[in-house]
Design a protein around this ligand. Sequence first.
Ligand SMILES: *[C@@H]1O[C@H](CO)[C@@H](O)[C@H](O)[C@H]1NC(C)=O
Ligand SMILES: *[C@@H]1O[C@H](CO)[C@@H](O)[C@H](O)[C@H]1NC(C)=O
Ligand SMILES: *[C@@H]1O[C@H](CO)[C@@H](O)[C@H](O)[C@H]1NC(C)=O
Length: 172
Amino acid sequence: MRGYFVYYLKILWAFCVINETIASAIKITKDDAYKKLLSLRSLAFEDCVGSSSLYNVNYLNIENCSRVPCSMARDSTVKVTVLFDDNGNGVSFLKHEVRWVFTYLKSEAAISPDPCDGDHNCILNVNESKSYWANIYVNSTLPVMKGSMLWEAKDENNKNLICFEVPVVITM
Ligand SMILES: *[C@@H]1O[C@H](CO)[C@@H](O)[C@H](O)[C@H]1NC(C)=O
Ligand SMILES: *[C@@H]1O[C@H](CO)[C@@H](O)[C@H](O)[C@H]1NC(C)=O
Ligand SMILES: *[C@@H]1O[C@H](CO)[C@@H](O)[C@H](O)[C@H]1NC(C)=O
């Protein structure tokens, strides 16, 4: 009798383990599929070379830009939206450090809101990952030429959370 019971428990246990494995496999596949979809819809960008940033960027959107290099008119304000994984850390603060990078010139960009904290609704939960938005000001003194926008976001302790670079072209 006892032998049967142990046998039964073993089967039950095996059944649960298999079920859990299948469930997590399905979840991983779903997450992967979602990330794949996001990356297809995203503008092309580069993770910063040698970046030690903690979080992966899954998706980048820049207002009025459907392909890179993004045209940006001088003296305009452009909204940037980023979806990223915070690995369950509940990130609630981002200090932006954004630079325009041209062959012979680097220049600090003006971002708002900055820092992005609880006051501006600039960090949102989206489907188990996070998103932030910010406005970047295209300074009227920028050269009219191709370059890139290098975006870093840090936490309160100046630790790198996010880093990506996207080609832009400044227009009159
Ligand atoms: C985006 O496009 C809309 C419609 O064409 C325009 O009104 C708006 O000024 C553009 N925004 C920027 C930042 O260029
Ligand atoms: C969230 O996920 C659902 C289904 O998985 C999808 O239809 C929806 O577009 C996603 N939302 C965003 C903002 O990507
Ligand atoms: C625009 O650039 C000029 C010169 O580089 C600088 O003095 C000015 O502060 C910048 N304006 C903003 C809003 O960043």
